[in-house]
Design a protein around this ligand. Structure first.
Ligand code: PLP
Length: 389
């Protein structure tokens, strides 16, 4: 029903150029990239070209890129891979309270295996203090995992400073860049990252494919065992079409990054300024922090976020409450709770995330629709009636 898509942090439409690049690998170019014959060689060449494109996106060498099934696997490979391979058997990990569940639940699984994990809190604006991360370090800390940009708020974390802290302490540093790849410039050297995760479907590529940057010389235990693919780090026949799609998406991201960021930020700023002006009591979550250009998270007190998402969908606007992956869960978002929002306000918060395809007309239409829908739901809300009196 919805025609205005403001949920790009959940997933993006696949770019036509990406579809075009992938199509031959479903038909004529179906070879297995490990085969010696020419079918295989052509598939291998395509995979290696894509590796170069992904490496260029993050400022790495192609040999440092491992293809995976997406952001979740890349995060898990980084976390379990580092802890499982540490020659000093260090058993403490530092992360934050606002990581994606791909990191948080991996850390909880580690805890069940006897690894200690510190979940560093964040400010009200949704940013971790790098010095708090430093203070959490112990002699037995093996890994720091802090995301580059938060998926719900868009807040950018001080990864460069954390990278320096990690290097000084001789601790590995992993950053989940799933929400910053294609939105912010990425350079693994500048970020000081030893490991960096990204996912194709957040940057106009296909679902089910991603990559992990692993700094040269880093020892990593694989998640699964099989053949010798991906330099023994990720066995399994390569998803050639998906990898080609990720490579093309990475090239487009590099080409469009600066222009998209400026254009999308202007649209996002207009959307949030108008909504805050037109909807009484509306406030921006993560205000005051540096944020990705495309994301705004707004609390509309006295409404139920899920009801608002459904009502907006019926009016043609697609957006989400917190993380799409936890939609349907009754629990308020862990990110909004971590920034100090009471449960009712966390449940009354919506995320609007714009993308390459978002037009000024989309934003104007959304501005025209959203305030009325909020108002309508509030009229039905006894809480609002009571507060308004
Ligand atoms: N990390 C972050 C910050 C995300 O936003 C997501 C997806 O929402 C993931 C990891 C998981 O990526 P994937 O959907 O490719 O498994």
């Amino acid at each position: 029903m919805a025609s205005i898509y403001l949920d790009h942090n959940s997933t993006t439409p696949v770019a036509p150029e990406v579809v075009e690049a992938m199509l031959p690998y479903f038909s004529g170019e179906f070879g297995n990239a490990s085969s010696i014959h020419s079918f295989g060689q052509r598939a291998r060449a395509a995979v290696e070209r894509a590796r170069e494109s992904v490496a260029a996106l993050v400022g790495a060498r192609p040999a440092e890129i491992v293809f995976s099934s997406g952001g979740t696997e890349s995060d898990n490979l980084a976390i379990f891979g580092i802890v499982g391979a540490d020659s000093r058997a260090r058993k403490h990990v530092v992360t934050t309270q606002i990581e994606h569940h791909a990191v948080l639940n991996a850390c909880q699984a580690l805890e069940r295996q006897g690894v200690e994990v510190t979940y560093v809190p964040v400010s009200r604006a949704g940013v971790v203090d790098a010095q708090d991360v430093r203070r959490a370090l112990r002699p037995e800390t093996v890994l720091i995992s802090v995301m580059h940009a938060n998926n719900e708020l868009g807040t950018v974390q001080p990864v460069e400073e954390i990278g320096r802290i990690a290097a000084e302490a001789d601790v590995y540093f992993h950053t989940d860049a799933v929400q910053s790849a294609g939105k912010l410039p990425l350079a693994v050297e500048r970020l000081g990252a030893d490991l960096l995760a990204l996912s194709a479907h957040k940057l106009r590529g296909p679902k089910g494919v991603g990559a992990l940057y692993v700094r040269k010389g880093t020892r990593l235990r694989p998640l699964f065992y099989g053949g010798h693919h991906e330099r023994d780090r990720r066995p399994g026949t390569e998803n050639v079409a998906g990898i080609v799609g990720l490579g093309r998406a990475a090239e487009l991201a590099v080409a469009n990054l600066a222009a998209d960021a400026a254009r999308i930020a202007a649209l996002r700023d207009r959307l949030e300024a108008e909504l805050v002006a037109r909807v009484p009591h509306a406030r921006i979550n993560g205000a005051g922090a540096v944020r990705t250009p495309n994301t705004t998270n707004i609390v509309f007190p006295f409404v139920e976020g899920e009801a608002l998402v459904i009502a907006l969908d019926l009016k043609g606007v697609a957006c989400s409450t917190g993380a799409a992956c936890s939609a349907g869960a009754v629990e308020p978002s862990h990110v909004l709770t971590a920034i100090g929002l009471p449960a009712d306000e966390a449940r009354a918060s919506l995320r609007f995330s714009l993308g390459h395809e978002t037009s000024p007309a989309d934003v104007e239409a959304a501005i025209g629709i959203i305030p009325g829908v909020v108002e309508h739901l509030r009229e039905l809300s006894p809480l609002y009636q009571k507060a308004a009196r």
